[in-house]
Write a protein that binds this ligand. Structure first.
Ligand code: FES
Length: 502
């Protein structure tokens, strides 16, 4: 008989010894992993991903996961037995996906609606009762296109290869279709409409449109209007075969996720100037009021998501998410109350703000008196290169803001409210963001707004019921400004690389 086997659990890095054939559930439950549906294979909350070793695919796994997810190693822990050495990533310990439960005003419509936020990394769908606005169910999944590249530019590159566009189109359609069918299963009424939002690349890939114009300057495409389908032509089996609308992009890399954000924040309804920002690898910025709006996208790079940072990681268990000064001493908060294993975007912004306060960092971004790295919370350190990456990211955003406000003839103090969309915007400390020169706005005017794309998609379900042309009218009120073509961009960007003197 074979001896004990080793089970390693990531991202916490725990290792335990088990007898072969042990139920995975019995090993995970004492470590705080929950099994919300009692192990009936219905909720997927117990999912784990095989990083090393093997877990055979069972019938429950086939029902719960798409082919791409199974291939990526996802399994249900509630049905698995450990037969050999194994390293697993535990889904519950990873990054929470931002859904939305914000109440909003609506005019009731018939049937059920499905709102989908098609993100580059994650897909989130909500089933909504259009008679009372209640959310009846939520599904989220990893975007299966991620196996072809993590960011939009690598997806564009893959789409340009033979068969690449078809592969990416089919992968995202199949995954969203599966989520939609699961949400609609057992519903007593028909789904009457489906609204999808996403960035320009997701819009093109879902529709199967040529992405070649998005691969070169000036990154403009003529095919960015609303895309309409019937469920059946997408291969989705939903009762009533509803129409599926992928909302139009605004321009360049500013997609319908931002258009939905404009809808969600009512940016074009107020008399005073307001802004919306989504800070990711690609930062999207809109400023506007009742009289119209201006928007831009700016390549911030992956620093806000922990990319290209020595100890960088997403906001998941083990990530330093906050750094504060307490009686002159540096204190770090780690997500999940776990030992630190990296630092996420919000932690990095805090760390730079604290380093500026302590005089460990100068205005040009040089780390002083700590060699090439500042030992923040062992083993996590901040290196000189990390600071450069952060400077590039914050300068790209700050320069975009300056140019949009210059075009509008406004100073930052005229912006009455700035909505921050997305996960990073939700968690970044506003005082730290101001201290490092990322956001030049008074803290009380900066409002974390959550998943505005999903909220806007839900609101769009009700608008679409009355007036399908409304989205084209809305996007025509927002002018896209290509920053790369602005003669002052380089100079403003170089200036914004500096940290404020405090
Ligand atoms: S506990 Fe619900 S699917 Fe495993």
């Amino acid at each position: 008989m074979s001896g004990p086997v080793t089970l390693r659990l990531e991202p916490l890095g725990q290792a335990l010894t088990l007898e072969p054939g042990s139920a995975l559930r019995d090993a995970l439950f004492p470590r705080g992993v929950e099994f919300p549906c009692g192990g009936r294979g219905l909720c997927r909350r117990c999912r784990v991903r095989v990083l090393e070793g093997a877990l055979p695919i069972g019938d429950e796994d086939r029902r719960a996961f798409s082919a791409a997810e199974l291939e990526a190693g996802w399994r249900l822990a509630c049905h698995a037995r450990v037969e050999g050495d194994l390293t697993l990533e535990v889904g519950q310990w990873e990054t929470p996906i931002l859904a939305d439960d914000t109440p909003f005003a609506f005019v009731p419509a018939e049937g059920l609606g499905l709102a989908v936020d098609a993100g580059t990394t994650t897909l989130v769908a909500q089933l909504v009762d259009l008679e009372n606005g209640r959310v009846l169910g939520v599904r989220s999944a990893l975007n299966p296109q991620a196996v072809f590249g993590a960011d939009v530019m690598s997806r564009v590159e893959h789409a340009l290869a033979p068969e690449g566009l078809r592969r990416l189109r089919d992968a995202i359609r199949a995954e969203i279709g599966r989520m939609a069918e699961q949400l609609a299963a057992g519903a007593s009424r028909a789904v009457t409409r489906v609204v999808l939002v996403g960035n320009t690349v997701m819009h093109h890939l879902f529709a199967g449109l040529d992405v070649e114009p998005l691969a070169r300057v000036p990154f403009q495409t003529q095919q960015d209007g609303m895309q309409m389908f019937q469920c059946r032509e997408l291969g989705w089996r939903l009762p009533g075969d509803p129409a599926v609308a992928f909302l139009p992009c605004i321009g360049g890399f500013v997609g319908s996720d931002v258009l939905a954000g404009v809808l969600a924040t009512r940016l074009l309804e107020g008399d005073e100037l307001a802004g919306l920002m989504d800070l990711g690898t690609n930062g999207e910025i809109v400023f506007g009021s009742r009289t119209g709006a201006l928007c831009a996208s700016t390549a911030a790079g992956p620093a806000f998501e922990g990319g290209r940072i020595r100890w960088g990681m997403r906001a998941a268990t083990g990530a330093i998410s906050e750094v504060v000064l307490c009686d002159g001493r540096v204190q770090c908060r780690v997500l999940g109350n776990a030992p630190p294993r990296g630092i996420c975007g919000s932690g990095l912004v805090d760390a730079a703000a604290v380093a500026l306060e302590l005089g460990l960092l100068d205005q040009r971004g040089r780390l002083r008196a700590c060699g090439d790295a500042w030992q923040l919370c062992p083993p996590v350190a901040i290196t000189q290169r990390d600071i450069r990456e952060l400077q590039l990211a914050k300068a790209a955003i700050a320069a975009g803001v300056r140019i949009l406000l210059r075009e509008l003839g406004a100073q930052p103090c005229r912006v009455r409210r700035l909505y921050l969309a997305g996960a990073f915007g939700n968690y970044v400390n506003r005082a730290s963001a101001r201290r490092i020169g990322l956001l030049a706005f008074e803290e009380e005017r900066v409002v974390p707004a959550g998943n505005t794309a999903l909220l806007g998609a839900k609101m769009a379900l009700f608008v679409a019921a009355r007036d399908a042309e409304a989205f084209d009218r809305l996007r025509r009120r927002i002018r896209h400004l290509p920053l790369a073509a602005d003669p002052e961009f380089e100079e403003i960007f170089a200036r914004e690389m500096l940290f404020p003197t405090g």
